[in-house]
Write a protein that binds this ligand. Structure first.
Ligand SMILES: NC(=O)C1=CN([C@@H]2O[C@H](COP(=O)(O)OP(=O)(O)OC[C@H]3O[C@@H](n4cnc5c(N)ncnc54)[C@H](OP(=O)(O)O)[C@@H]3O)[C@@H](O)[C@H]2O)C=CC1
Ligand SMILES: CC(C)(CO)C(=O)C(=O)O
Length: 292
C-alpha cells in the first residue's frame, strides 16, 4: 500500500526546499507541492555544495496526511482555504513571527504543529528557475498546547530522514519568540536602511539594535518568556554576526516590491506592550517605518 501523501503548500524558497528534500528521500510517501496556480510536477534545487538536482513531484489523489504550510505568514489562511483540505488534516506551519500560529492553533479543527527553522533558502531571481539551499540548519517542532508530542516526533523523524535535521520540543512557543526577536530587530532595520545584516553590528545602527533588544527584553520578561542563554542582545548580535553577509528576507521583499511580514513579526510585540502597558517607542517607530 502506498503511504498517504504529504502536501507542501506554497512553492517559494522554503516550500521548494522541503518538497525537494522529502521527494528525494527513500521510503517517504509521495510528496506534492502546490503553488498559487496549482500542483507543480518538478523542481530544481541547488545543494549547499553548489550542485544542481531536478526532482519529480507527485500528483496524488488521496487526501494528504500532513500539509506543510510554506507561504508567507499573511498568505497562510487563504492558501489553506483554496487547498480545500479535509477538516482535521494535520498542519505544519513554517512561518516566521507569532501571528498565524496562535490563530490557526485556536481555529483549525486538526492538529497544528509549528516549526522554528534555521534552514535558509532563496529563490533564484528570474529568469533563472530553481531554489538555492543557502544554509543547512535545524528545525524545531511542537504544538502550542503540547498535545501532539508523538506526531511532532514522527514528523521530525521523517524530516531528519529526508536530510532536514529536526527535533520535537516541548517549548516551541519559546523558540518562536526567540526567532521573532531576531526577525523583529534585523528585518525592519535592514529593510529600512537597505543594508546587509552585518551593518547592524557597526555604529550608528548597533545603538538602534541595543535599544530594540532592551524593549524586547522588557516585553519578554512581562510575558514570562525565558531569555536565550546569551541574553536577548547577545542572541540577536550572534545572529547578526553569523548572517553578516545576508540580505534579510524583509529587505528582499521590499526590494522586490512584495508585501512584508511586518505584521506577523512586530504586531505580536506591540500587542504584548498594550497588554502589559509598557512603552516601546523604538518598536513602534520600526513598525510605522516598515511597509506592510
Ligand atoms: N526562506 C527561508 O530561508 C526561510 C523562510 N522562513 C519563513 O517561511 C515562510 C516562507 O518563506 P519563503 O519560502 O522564503 O517565502 P517565499 O515568498 O519564497 O514563498 C512563499 C510562497 O507562497 C506562495 N503563495 C502565496 N499565496 C499562496 C496561495 N494562496 N496558495 C499557494 N501558494 C501561495 C507564494 O507564491 P507567489 O510567488 O506567487 O507569491 C510563494 O511562492 C515565511 O514565513 C518565512 O519567514 C523561515 C525560515 C527561513
Ligand atoms: C535570520 C535572518 C535575519 C537572516 O537573514 C532571517 O531569518 C531573515 O532574513 O528573515
Amino acid at each position: 500500500m502506498t503511504a498517504a501523501p504529504w502536501l507542501v503548500l506554497g512553492a517559494g524558497a522554503l516550500g521548494q526546499l522541503f518538497a525537494a528534500r522529502l521527494a528525494a528521500a527513500d521510503d517517504i510517501g509521495p510528496i506534492a507541492l502546490r503553488g498559487r496556480h496549482g500542483l507543480l510536477n518538478q523542481l530544481r534545487l541547488q545543494e549547499t555544495d553548489g550542485s544542481w538536482r531536478s526532482l519529480a513531484l507527485a500528483s496524488p489523489e488521496a487526501p494528504p496526511a500532513l500539509v506543510i504550510v510554506a507561504t508567507k505568514a499573511p498568505d497562510a489562511e487563504q492558501a489553506l482555504q483554496q487547498a480545500q483540505l479535509a477538516p482535521g488534516t494535520p498542519l505544519l506551519l513554517l512561518q516566521n513571527g507569532f501571528s498565524v500560529q496562535p490563530r490557526l492553533s485556536a481555529q483549525w479543527p486538526g492538529p497544528v504543529l509549528c516549526a522554528a527553522t534555521t534552514e535558509a533558502a532563496y529563490r533564484q531571481p528570474p529568469p533563472a528557475i530553481g531554489v538555492v539551499h543557502a544554509a543547512a540548519g535545524h528545525t524545531w517542532l511542537g504544538d502550542l498546547a503540547g498535545q501532539h508530542r508523538t506526531m511532532a516526533a514522527a514528523v521530525a523523524a521523517t524530516l531528519t530522514r529526508a536530510g532536514l535535521a529536526a527535533s520535537a520540543c516541548d517549548d516551541i512557543d519559546e523558540k518562536l519568540w526567540h526567532k521573532l526577536a531576531v526577525n523583529a530587530v534585523i528585518n525592519p532595520l535592514t529593510a529600512r536602511h537597505r543594508v546587509l545584516n552585518g551593518t547592524l553590528a557597526e555604529p550608528p545602527l548597533s545603538a538602534e539594535v541595543a535599544a530594540l533588544c532592551a524593549e524586547i527584553a522588557q516585553l519578554m520578561a512581562a510575558a514570562k518568556v525565558s531569555p536565550p542563554a546569551a541574553g536577548w542582545q547577545g542572541w540577536v548580535s550572534a545572529v547578526i554576526e553569523a548572517t553578516a553577509g545576508n540580505r534579510s528576507s524583509m529587505l528582499q521583499d521590499v526590494l522586490a516590491g512584495r508585501g512584508t511580514e511586518r505584521d506577523a513579526i512586530l504586531q505580536p510585540l506591540l500587542a504584548l506592550a498594550d497588554t502589559h502597558a509598557l512603552a516601546v517607542p523604538r518598536l513602534r517607530a520600526c513598525y510605522h517605518a516598515t511597509p506592510a
